[in-house]
Design a protein around this ligand. Structure first.
Ligand code: ZN
Ligand code: ZN
Length: 255
């Protein structure tokens, strides 16, 4: 018995040692600050400091876009009240405030090859919103597509990665090619209001119509003015889908 226990212990020790070596060689990086996550926090997927400082939107949210409401807002945020155009999407929700910390994290996630962040972010979305999305009767998850040229350059579509993890966690099917991007639009950051909407005209089209969906959810990394999600929701509604929700990692203003 003692020998068996000792052997088990040795095997465990060996495994732990190997993991520690692997941890030194390939440290898990915190999806927020990008520093290596300490060995004993690996399960959480985020470093303790960022866990503390994360700005999850938990208080009153705008009924439409899910933005945090200011003190004198009613049911809608200022952006949804004053932008003078209706949204095509039904309603949406976001996990984090798009603050400086998140802006840097999303930048690395999109432009600096940190595709592995998707694991933590996708799971965080599923933990927080998985049940609500199921209760809403969502039949398919549709990530905002990149233009194929841009996806080739980047090597991945960050919204697609988030959608995949969310789909695995919730068992809701993901349709990455349901909508495709047919115009390689300039980055939205550089454009203002009306120009953004113009820029997005005819940017998307249905890429797959062998599946009949009624209720869907669009997944993206950030929501700022909502024009990308609206443009895509419009295409989905025209294709006969009755409800289009959205879910993003963060929501806020452009910096
Ligand atoms: Zn961190
Ligand atoms: Zn709103």
């Amino acid at each position: 018995m003692a020998i068996i226990l000792r052997n088990m212990y040795k095997r465990m020790a060996k495994a732990v040692k190997w993991n520690k070596t692997a941890d030194i060689l390939f440290p898990l990086r915190c999806p927020v600050c990008d520093k290596p996550v300490p060995y004993f926090d690996r399960q959480k997927g985020i470093c303790p400091e960022c866990m503390e400082g994360f700005l999850r939107i938990e208080k009153a949210r705008c009924c439409l876009c899910g933005r945090r409401l200011a003190a004198n807002d009613g049911e809608l945020c200022e952006d949804c009240r004053t932008n003078g155009r209706r949204h095509y999407y039904t309603k949406g929700i976001a996990l984090y405030e798009y603050n400086d910390m998140m802006r840097k994290a999303v930048y690395r996630f999109k432009y600096e090859g940190r595709r592995e962040y998707a694991e933590f972010f996708g799971k965080a979305l599923a933990r927080q919103f998985g049940n609500a999305v199921k209760r809403a009767g969502v039949e398919g998850i549709i990530p905002v597509p990149l233009h194929p040229k841009r996806e080739n350059e980047r090597g991945y579509n960050q919204a697609g990665l988030l959608a995949r993890i969310f789909g695995e966690e919730t068992q809701i099917p993901v349709y990455e090619k349901y909508v495709v991007r047919i115009r390689n639009t300039p980055p939205m950051k550089a454009l203002e209001g009306a120009k953004r909407q113009n820029n997005l005209k005819k940017a998307f089209k249905i890429g797959q119509n062998d599946v009949k969906l009624n209720i869907t959810i669009i997944v993206d990394d950030i929501y700022t003015t909502g024009s990308t999600i609206d443009a895509m929701a419009k295409v989905l509604l025209e294709a006969g889908i009755s409800q289009v929700y959205f879910m993003t990692l963060a929501i806020g203003k452009d910096f």
